[in-house]
Design a protein around this ligand. Sequence first.
Ligand SMILES: NC(=O)c1ccc[n+]([C@@H]2O[C@H](COP(=O)([O-])OP(=O)(O)OC[C@H]3O[C@@H](n4cnc5c(N)ncnc54)[C@H](O)[C@@H]3O)[C@@H](O)[C@H]2O)c1
Length: 268
Amino acid sequence: MDIDFTGKVALVTGAANGIGRATALAFAKSGAKVVVVDRDRAGGEATAGIIRQQGGEAMFVAADVTKSADVQAYVKAALDAYGSIDCFFNNAGIEGKLTHTAEYDEAMFDQVIAVNVKGVFLGLRHVLPEMLRQKSGAVVNTASVAGLVATPGMPAYVASKHAVIGLTKTAAGEVARDGVRVNAVCPGPVDTRMIHSLEQQINPADPASVARRYQAAMPTGRYTTPDEIANMVLFLCSDLASNVTGGQFVVDGGRTATGGSVNQAVED
Ligand SMILES: NC(=O)c1ccc[n+]([C@@H]2O[C@H](COP(=O)([O-])OP(=O)(O)OC[C@H]3O[C@@H](n4cnc5c(N)ncnc54)[C@H](O)[C@@H]3O)[C@@H](O)[C@H]2O)c1
């Protein structure tokens, strides 16, 4: 059985950059029509443009995932244009600032929770009813290895990603008998803007040294690529995963299995 999404519609949030863009492109290459959602208009238009240039079908919808009206609007835009939402990659997220809990800024905490938890909840809240109507669909929420183990200096992010796993397990059980599956992908450090922002926060004078230490702490010796996360997401959305739901799928080069959070290695 191949992974073929011909005739299917994939909606990807956070698709203007990084993991979301790579996954949007991968869905399109596998035949899906893609709804690209992001608050970054230039990046979102660019992702949809690349898909069209490569012969695929895509539309961009600007949305802030923390706003219920925007989320309802991206669902409506997808249905108006393409008629269904078969795969939903609920992926937009932010890292926040790297600060220990005892000093963490309250407004920053609220911001991280708003995007990473409320944004994921609102996506589920407004996409699941459509999938339940269709009696089919697959959702992948982006958690993180920070949803499984602690990462010192990232209290809001770690709390938010643990919450994503809680939302995933809860929703999965609620919709399983209706032909809808909900899983979480848990990336370790991936080579995107986000990881480079953390390197910069840890050592503004020499972020490259942080990158070297991060990668040396991985059994595979390197960051995961966005395409490697996309591969897991496509698998989870495909019929190859037809009885897989409520799970957390780690893609981290073996780091969590062999000794905890990457940040710990950097802070030590
Ligand atoms: N890069 C990593 O090392 C890593 C590791 C584990 C998990 N993740 C998770 O992967 C997901 C994607 O991150 P990435 O690495 O591609 O980072 P990224 O910063 O390159 O991409 C995140 C995207 O989300 C969008 N976004 C942020 N807030 C938004 C909002 N309120 N509304 C709409 N769009 C919004 C951004 O504009 C951006 O396009 C995030 O949930 C992140 O927490 C990343």
